[in-house]
Design a protein around this ligand. Structure first.
Ligand code: TYD
Length: 204
């Protein structure tokens, strides 16, 4: 019986991933499972460098450097957090993973498939990718309502390119969620996908 699961939330800014994942973590924890909720970029060495770029802008760093920082951050996350949690049979929920690198850094000109393949040499392949889909305009509007100011990545034209790459991913483990609906309805869909995955793990 499979006990450890890796579930990731992906999608453009303003899709509501963090709120949805937090609620999912609470529900799973209440059912008695060990849940580890993570997010990328992390708060580690590389994550801190990345957050500076999000605040100050991309001037002064090359696309290659930016890509390597996200990949290095993930390597650290796999080693320190993700793999140890999977090894002790926990359910790992991550707010963003390598599909974000493929989409956001892919939109800078790198091949998204190459980014995925490179990541899969060191990062465990998720059991479920919850792909939160929202119109980029609507996503930005939500951000504007929820906090002051945008990060240097939260620009309409860029997010449209990022969204197009997210839209092109396919595979049986990718479940698309219409994130434009109210939060309760979205959470119902998320829990349905997660429950189905956990049930499939109960089969011998
Ligand atoms: P975000 O999830 O918004 O972080 P937080 O809510 O904790 O501030 O992620 C920050 C930004 O980083 C977001 O615009 C997406 C971007 N990003 C990449 O460009 N590549 C990546 O590999 C990851 C994980 C995130």
């Amino acid at each position: 019986m499979k006990k450890s699961f890796l579930i990731v939330a992906e999608g453009i800014d303003g899709a509501g991933k963090s709120t949805q994942l937090k609620q999912t973590a609470e529900t799973l924890t209440a059912s008695g499972r060990e849940v580890v909720l993570l997010r990328e970029p992390t708060n580690g060495t590389w994550g801190k460098k990345i957050r500076r770029v999000l605040i100050e802008g991309r001037d002064g760093i090359s696309p290659e450097e930016e890509l390597s920082w996200f990949n290095n951050d993930r390597r650290e996350d796999v080693e320190l957090n993700i793999q140890p949690a999977l090894d002790r049979q926990a359910i790992v929920l991550i707010d963003r993973y390598y599909y974000s690198t493929a989409a956001y850094q892919g939109a800078l000109g790198f091949d998204p498939q190459v980014i995925c393949r490179e990541n899969e040499t060191f990062a465990p392949i998720p059991d479920l990718v919850l792909m939160f889909c929202i119109d980029p305009e609507a996503g930005l509007k939500r951000i504007a309502q929820s906090r002051d100011g945008f990060s240097s990545f939260e620009k309409l034209d860029y997010l449209k390119q990022v969204q197009a790459i997210f839209d092109a991913f396919e595979g049986p483990h990718i479940k698309r969620i219409d994130a434009g609906r109210d939060s309760e309805t979205v959470q119902r869909d998320v829990l349905a996908c997660v429950t189905q995955l956990l049930k499939s793990g109960e089969k011998p």
